[in-house]
Design a protein around this ligand. Structure first.
Ligand code: CA
Length: 263
């Protein structure tokens, strides 16, 4: 029995033939990873699949063998190193195989570890937290658009209609080294985390995402609803959503007690 509830869904959208998004949740270790790949032919799929597979395996293994009583600083370091190792792996694959030349991917990582939450990201995929009915964006996009917003060159209203929304300023697989933003936050039992690709957030505004997350349904049903609404809004890109919540301790220990009582 996992101490987490989760739901996830991905869809190519209504315009693109391929789905270059990838996502996974490791329920044993509380590691969630989502990536949005880029590159010709099937290279984008390869880059995002590599990022998700490598980071999930690396962190699940580390948490199992070293991480049970790790400090927040040790966990942050492990997350940063896992992303950097995946970057180097994708970079080498891109440079060693002509069919994968130039591939890259965004990545967002969330590790739920007791009352701690460690996040990492590169690119314009995002992590949001839904707490007490309020949606908060926890990551800051590495994109040209975000840089222009930060510099005051564009207003948020102008940004909504910008044509270069998908130009990222950082990605995995492009250089042998990558700068990874890592942060640590307290995790509350009722928090729901949303990891998503830009195909979701370009189609749905925060109010609609928050209204969907507030629905009294399973996390899987809510993830499916987010995808359906992004497609109803046009589905111009691949769409992915991963929802995860640490189950309330009382609920979880109650389940454990019932399991122990079985003959
Ligand atoms: Ca995308």
């Amino acid at each position: 029995m996992s101490p987490y509830a989760f739901g996830m869904a991905t869809h190519p959208g209504l315009v693109r033939e391929n789905n270059e998004d990838a996502l996974a949740f490791d329920a044993a270790s509380g590691v969630a990873v989502l990536a949005d790949g880029m590159g010709g032919y099937n290279a984008g799929e390869m880059a995002s699949a590599m990022a998700v597979t490598l980071i999930r395996a690396d962190l699940a293994h580390w948490l199992l063998h070293e991480g049970a009583a790790c400090s927040a600083a040790e966990l942050e370091r492990a997350v940063r190193q896992a992303v950097q190792k995946a970057n180097f792996g994708i970079y080498n694959a891109a440079n060693g195989n002509p069919q994968f030349a130039g591939m890259g991917t965004t990545v967002v990582v969330a590790v739920l570890h007791g009352a701690q939450l460690v996040l990492a990201h590169v690119g314009d995929s995002r992590i949001y937290r839904f707490r007490h009915g309020a949606l908060a964006q926890l990551t800051h996009d590495h994109s040209l658009l975000q840089e222009q917003l930060d510099a005051g060159l564009l207003t948020p209203e102008q940004a909504r209609f910008a044509t270069h929304k998908n130009l990222v300023t950082r990605a995995l697989g492009v250089e042998p080294d990558v700068q990874v933003d890592v942060q640590q936050l307290p995790l509350h039992e009722e928090d729901i985390l949303l990891l998503c690709s830009d195909g979701l957030t370009d189609m749905l505004d925060d109010a609609l995402i928050a209204a969907t997350l507030a629905q009294p349904r399973s996390l899987q049903a809510r993830a499916d609803a987010l995808i359906a609404q992004a497609n109803e809004a046009g589905g111009r890109d691949n769409i992915s959503a991963l929802l995860v919540q640490a189950k309330a301790k009382s609920e979880f220990s109650g389940l454990l007690a019932r399991m122990r009582q079985r003959p």
